[in-house]
Ligand binder design. Structure first.
Ligand SMILES: [Fe+2]
Length: 251
């Protein structure tokens, strides 16, 4: 403070703005706001980065419960973006689709171990509990105001285009776009992944299944986008299978 009782002219060390009032913090350097202070210490580069970190932390928590679900979630989030870019270039819409697909199975955190980790097939009562995971995930993520559209994708990710899915039996455009794109990618990843009871099928096998269910399980426009991006997705699936084979052979 100078002799006139005013702070000497000072500038924010991050954004360079002249400080017109008491600095937010002055610890060797001065900053005008919490935001600028956090940026310089790399706590968060931006609010969006903070939510990305939150989403990744949540999916990593799911990964700790069941590793394969965590890996699958990360893959389908990336692969769904390949289709989503064909429908919108709005970064906010893309961001919500990414979060919604990354966290689609987050509600499985609330499913008991005896069901989630069961090696054999589920009984009817166990299926009833398993089918609560979209609503459990929705209730968890819809508490975050920045992720409400993503939460809606989570709620609808087990719906089917023809209305035969759950929890609400929604059909057609009543299912959010992100969930309709996710359904195709989820099938592609599931069909081409190894299961305890069978080896993963080829990309061609999965493609035939997806085309067969165009207009029933899957939105025709989502299947058309799949066909248009076939070569990109084929490379991504081959890379997934290669990585999995490397992991198995290194054990
Ligand atoms: Fe699911």
């Amino acid at each position: 403070m100078n002799k006139t009782g005013r702070h000497s002219e000072a500038y924010c060390q991050h954004c360079g703005k002249l400080l017109e009032r008491q600095p937010y913090i002055s610890v060797g350097a001065t900053y005008c706001s919490e935001h600028c202070f956090l940026k310089t210490i790399d706590v968060c580069a931006s609010q969006e980065d903070m939510f990305n970190l939150l989403a990744e932390t949540l999916v990593n928590a799911l990964d700790l419960r069941e590793h394969e679900t965590g890996l699958h979630s990360k893959r389908v989030a990336c692969h769904t973006m390949v289709l989503a870019h064909r429908f919108t270039s709005d970064p906010n819409v893309l961001q919500q689709i990414y979060w919604g697909t990354l966290l689609h199975d987050i509600g499985k955190i609330g499913i008991s171990d005896t069901i989630l980790l069961k090696a054999g097939s589920l009984t009817e009562s166990e299926w009833i509990e398993m089918r609560t995971h979209p609503e459990k995930g929705y209730h968890l993520i819809s508490q975050i105001p920045a992720m409400t559209d993503a939460a809606n994708i989570i709620l609808c990710h087990e719906e089917r285009y023809d209305g035969s899915g759950y929890p609400k039996g929604l059909s057609g455009d009543r299912i959010p776009l992100g969930a309709r794109l996710f359904m195709v990618i989820d099938a592609l990843d599931s069909i081409t992944s190894n299961r305890p009871y069978r080896k993963g099928h080829s990309f061609e096998f999965a493609k035939a299944e997806i085309l067969r269910m165009k207009g029933s399980q899957f939105d025709p426009e989502a299947v058309d986008a799949f066909s248009a991006e076939e070569e990109v997705l084929r490379k991504m699936i081959i890379a997934k299978c290669h990585n999995h084979a490397s992991l198995v052979s290194s054990k």
